[in-house]
Design a binder for this molecule. Structure first.
Ligand SMILES: NC(=O)c1ccc[n+]([C@@H]2O[C@H](COP(=O)([O-])OP(=O)(O)OC[C@H]3O[C@@H](n4cnc5c(N)ncnc54)[C@H](O)[C@@H]3O)[C@@H](O)[C@H]2O)c1
Length: 446
């Protein structure tokens, strides 16, 4: 919405949320207090906030005033009832649709921006048509393809925009109205118009294909470790094949983030519900491999440290699920820490953007042990150097750029010996570290 406000100065954009703390953070004078860290976002907010971009909790008024409403609420995996652990929980979407129906007094274009199971638009339309008072709604699907950490560039230089809508005259008019917004900064050829179901399904499929590439190269990383092949060399060799391409072939401790896992689970659930068990099994394997990669990394740390990490200090470099974001949802660090804490290791984390409360909340959410115990085993410090003091091992869990340029000789001096480094992101120069004296394990290399 910030990018839209920036690119379309004549459009008033209002972001409303039922969470008053979040809205207060978005309105905070100090841009360091915005709830989301994203390169370039604070600068854009400084330019647009109070001009044509507003943040408010006054949901009903905003609905009444709007011509177009983007539903961007969370669609997490269900944690209860039918479809538990796989299906998308649509309760927030439904509540949102009901509040639009109740407050709207004029015709609206309602845009699904959240990632949704295929055919959700029909349910939204049904709720809107049956609970509003004679107002006309046109439903569009406009899935979001940005990636956290590069969100602004991904939007400004989008590969494509997808707009799904009905083929009726009013559906086509709504599609064109949404297209006109993006045409402020993108050529028309990049804006695809499809039917609603293709658009909804394409988002799930795009994320499934991306995650599948990560799991594919991670599967090969395990094989490389056994065969003296180097996974980066393999990735380069196959990526130069123009049919395969070089992107998303970086082996790592596993993908995280709020979307990949939940969207694949959702795809698996949809396939199962249509009786397509083989299709469901195929995609589920992408998640199982990802879980295996995190488990394998934790087990490797334990076995390398002489099969016991009890009472040992292990420094975690990074907690966020990737660099340049403060988002920790499904971060690999959470699962690796949980496995090591089970073995009574003491974890000391340094992450440039994630706060201690968030890390503890992530661990507590797993429910493996009490909050008090998690607090006993997890410490958080303000620098990578501080984390390494007296540590038996360092585990790199997030690929923050600053970890590459640390003074690794100083770190070596501060650590217990032998000093181990487990590079779960393949960002460090292992030859340099070896020459300092470190014992280095890099995922995908024997
Ligand atoms: N995060 C990403 O990188 C990304 C990328 C593409 C798509 N998506 C999709 O976008 C959607 C939102 O993701 P997110 O990461 O921003 O989630 P989020 O949980 O960070 O934010 C959702 C917000 O919606 C608010 N909300 C819930 N119900 C509401 C209601 N009835 N009225 C007003 N506000 C309400 C919540 O308070 C919360 O602040 C999801 O469907 C996700 O799959 C996310």
């Amino acid at each position: 919405m910030t990018v839209i406000a920036n690119k379309c100065p004549e459009i008033k954009v209002e972001v409303v949320d039922i969470n008053p703390t979040r809205i207060a953070q978005w309105n905070d004078e100090d841009l360091d207090n915005l709830p989301v860290y994203e390169p370039g976002l604070a600068e854009l907010i400084a330019e647009t906030r109070g001009r044509n971009l507003f943040f408010s909790t006054d949901v009903d008024r905003a609905i009444q005033e709007a011509d177009m409403i983007f539903i961007s609420v969370n669609t997490p995996t269900k944690t209860y009832g039918k479809g538990k652990g796989q299906a998308a929980d649509l309760k927030y979407i439904e509540l949102c649709a009901r509040s639009i129906a109740k407050a709207a007094t004029s015709d609206k274009i309602v845009v699904e921006k959240s990632t949704l199971p295929v055919r959700t638009a029909a349910a939204i339309k049904n709720i809107l048509d049956n609970t509003s008072s004679g107002v006309q709604f046109e439903i569009l699907s406009n899935p979001e393809f940005l990636a956290e950490g590069t969100a602004i560039t991904d939007l400004v230089e989008a590969d494509r925009i997808l707009i799904g809508g009905d083929e009726t005259p009013s559906g086509i008019a709504a599609r064109n109205a949404l297209s006109a917004i993006y045409e402020h900064w993108l050529p028309k050829e990049k804006i695809l118009q499809t039917n609603v179901w293709s658009s909804e399904l394409s988002k799930l499929v795009a994320n499934a294909f991306l995650a599948q590439r990560v799991s594919s190269i991670n599967a090969i990383s395990a094989l490389c470790e056994k065969t003296d092949a180097d996974v980066d060399e393999v990735a380069k060799a196959i990526g130069l094949d123009s049919r395969i391409g070089p992107k998303f072939l970086k082996a790592s401790v596993g993908f995280g983030g709020s979307c990949f896992q939940k969207d694949i689970l959702n795809l698996v659930y949809i396939a199962k519900s249509y009786g397509l068990q083989e299709v469901a099994d195929y995609w589920e394997q992408v998640i199982l491999l990802n879980d295996y990669q995190k488990k394998r990394f934790a087990e490797h740390i334990i076995s390398t440290l002489y099969n016991t990490v009890s009472g040992k200090k292990i420094a975690f470099y990074g907690w966020a699920f990737k660099k340049d974001t403060n988002d920790t949802r499904e971060a690999a660090a959470i699962y690796v820490a949980d496995a090591l804490i089970e073995e009574h290791a003491h974890i000391t984390v340094y992450d440039p953007k994630v706060k201690k409360e968030q890390m503890l909340a992530d661990l507590n959410y797993l429910g493996t042990r009490s909050a008090e115990e998690n607090e006993k085993y997890l410490s958080v410090v303000n620098s990578a150097y501080e984390a390494s003091q007296d540590a038996h091992a360092i585990a790199v869990l997030t690929e923050w750029d600053e970890f590459v340029d640390l003074n690794w000789s100083d770190i070596y001096q501060a650590m217990m010996k032998p000093a181990f480094v487990f590079d779960g992101r393949r960002i460090l120069d292992d030859q340099q570290l070896n020459s300092i004296g470190f014992k280095v394990y890099k995922i995908g290399q024997s």
